[in-house]
Design a protein around this ligand. Structure first.
Ligand code: DX5
Ligand code: ZN
Length: 226
């Protein structure tokens, strides 16, 4: 078994944007804070950009997991790494040169993640899995919180995990979108080990308890070899 525990990365997309420092403090028992950067071009929504991210990196008690839903990650991703992101995930559909960009993230001291929209296959990237620290299998169409998980993405999680195991690599598999108490067992069973949850965490009455509940449920569904 390559890792001992499920990693929980609450998405601050569902946090109070007028009080982000306090919202980060509420999730300090999580493993990462997931920051959704949207540019109103790659996705039909606009959230926050580099100046806000730089301040979040300065005040966050936990490492930042940047998810760039933007059209020009080759240009912008390095600046998120320089701002202090522990992990920078860019979309396969948007980057011109995913392998080069992953190497650039490593040079700047950040983990590199490759994200796939629900209809984007992993197969074109299988020869390059070793270049990445994480594959993000989007379980909803990116753009908004509070959507329902798309069941057709479960098989892709399995294929990604299978390919990583076959190659004997230590690449994380992240899932993002519609992850909650009802769905986390299915994605953990399928091979995910990093779980993004926005509305499930920030919509809970007791945020730390919800993080623990999700972590416990995921742990009990993760298999050896994940
Ligand atoms: C969607 C974002 C997600 C979103 C998840 O485009 O990438 O991170 O915040 O929200 P929930 O957990 O509510 O589906
Ligand atoms: Zn996200």
């Amino acid at each position: 078994m390559r890792f001992v525990s499920a990693l929980i990365s609450p998405s601050i997309l569902s946090a109070d944007f007028a009080n982000l420092e306090a919202e980060l403090a509420r999730i300090k028992t999580a493993d990462f804070a997931h920051v959704d950067v949207m540019d109103a071009h790659f996705v039909p929504n606009l959230t926050l950009g580099l100046p806000v991210f730089e301040r979040l990196a300065q005040v966050s008690p936990i490492p930042l997991d940047a998810h760039l839903m933007i059209t020009a990650p080759d240009r912008w991703a390095p600046m998120y790494a320089e701002a202090g992101a522990a992990s920078v995930t860019f979309h396969a559909e948007a980057t011109m040169a995913p392998v080069r960009l992953a190497k650039e993230m490593h040079r700047l001291g950040a983990r590199a993640g490759l994200a796939l929209r629900p209809a984007t296959p992993i197969e074109p990237y299988l020869d390059h899995l070793a270049e990445f620290d994480m594959i993000l299998v989007m379980t909803v169409e990116p753009g908004f919180g509070g959507q329902s998980l798309i069941s057709g993405t479960i098989d892709k999680i399995k294929r990604v995990r299978h390919a990583i195991s076959e190659a004997n690599l230590d690449v994380w598999v992240q899932v993002d979108g519609g992850i909650n108490r009802t769905t986390i067992d299915r994605v953990a069973d399928a091979g995910a080990n990093v779980f993004v949850a926005g509305s499930a965490v920030f919509g809970a009455d007791d945020v730390p308890a919800e993080i623990e509940t999700l972590r416990g449920m995921a742990n009990s569904h993760m298999h050896e070899g994940h």
